[in-house]
Design a protein around this ligand. Structure first.
Ligand code: PBG
Length: 331
């Protein structure tokens, strides 16, 4: 790019001299429409429980879900992502509870569809909240078995669609699952159900607090490196995205977010599909902790979210969604 102009004819500070002109020329902005709120649900009644590793984030029993959903509605957040904290007694080797039509996810979908029909619902397809070993797939001969897992994931996705889930989000990183799920959805006539593939999901160290929140952390004995991506790679991300689009994904996710902005930008430029970014639990913790200790100020949150927009993300999954939507409304 050729740089046009020179000092003193050109003084770039003229465009920064007051808030109004900065607003006028701003290249990227964020609104409530760009936010997705992850919500954790648990068994029981009348329970709103703090999560030690995620200050400010709670687990809700289903009867208490409306408390948070009212906020989502009030601040016009378009979609929520529901994650279950499954009781130990319900976990097994095969993640059987994932296919129970009365599990926490199914109950949550039914409640949201009935009481908050204007809110979009996104659900993870993966077995980790349900398995006794904390892995996203099932273990056969000491390995996470791709094809056996995909068979279960297809059933999990169909069940979510049947309950009314709007956006099915496979986060398991098995090969070929998008194609199989899309085919099954078509066959069962769920033509309007979107598939958001966690296409680029790295084997990240930043998922720790989330694993604590869904209760899989203490279960997990090894890492997830045989199925999630190696964080040294970027061209591999293109192969993942290309395959998933071909197999029928409507949108793709990059995860984690803040430390993978380079990947978001390249994928957006190359594929022109909606790219969502996940500001994951470890990234949330770093910012939240620094704000609570008064080392960073509140505006560091907006700055972190605008970075996703600048990189080309269409929307951001963030545990800050309500705080930020609230703040944006006051501006
Ligand atoms: C499960 C899943 C994970 C996250 C979302 N879905 C964790 C993992 O893969 O171990 C992480 C989200 C976060 O850290 O906020 N498949």
């Amino acid at each position: 790019m050729k740089i046009i102009g020179s000092y003193p004819k050109t003084r770039l500070r003229r465009l920064r001299k007051a808030q109004w002109i900065r607003n006028l020329v701003s290249e990227n902005n964020i609104s409530h429409n760009d936010l997705v709120l992850p919500i954790f649900v648990r068994e029981g009644k009348n329970k709103i429980e703090s999560i030690k590793s995620m200050p400010g984030v709670k687990r809700y029993s289903i009867d208490k879900l409306p408390i948070i959903l009212k906020q989502v509605k009030k601040f016009n957040i378009p979609m929520v992502a529901i994650f279950p904290y499954v009781a130990n007694g319900k976990k097994d080797n095969l993640g059987t509870e994932a296919l129970n039509p009365n599990n926490l996810i199914c109950k949550s979908i039914r409640l949201i569809k009935k009481k908050f029909p204007q809110i979009g619902i996104m659900c993870d397809v993966a077995l980790d909240p349900y398995t006794s070993h904390g892995h996203d797939g099932i273990i056969v001969n000491n390995k996470i078995d791709n094809d056996q897992t995909v068979k279960i994931l297809v059933k999990q996705a169909l069940l979510q669609a049947k309950m009314g889930c709007d956006m099915i989000a496979p986060s398991d990183m098995m090969d070929g699952r998008i194609g199989k799920i899309r085919k099954a959805l078509e066959k069962a006539n769920y033509k309007d159900v979107s598939l958001l593939s966690y296409a680029v999901k790295y084997a990240s160290n930043y998922y720790g607090p989330f694993r604590d929140a869904v209760g899989s952390k203490s279960k997990l004995k090894q890492d997830k490196k045989t199925y999630q991506m190696d964080f040294r790679n970027s061209s591999e991300a293109f192969r993942e995205v290309a395959l998933d689009i071909k197999e029928g994904a409507d949108m793709v996710m990059v995860k984690p977010g803040m430390i993978y902005l380079d990947i978001i930008k390249q994928i957006k430029n190359k594929f022109k599909v909606p790219v969502l970014a996940y500001q994951v639990s470890g990234e949330y913790f770093l910012i939240k902790n620094a704000i609570q200790k008064k080392i960073l100020n509140d505006d560091s949150i907006i700055e972190s979210l605008i970075a996703f927009k600048r990189a080309g993300a269409s929307a951001i999954l963030t545990y800050f969604a309500i705080d930020i939507a609230k703040k944006l409304k006051n501006i």
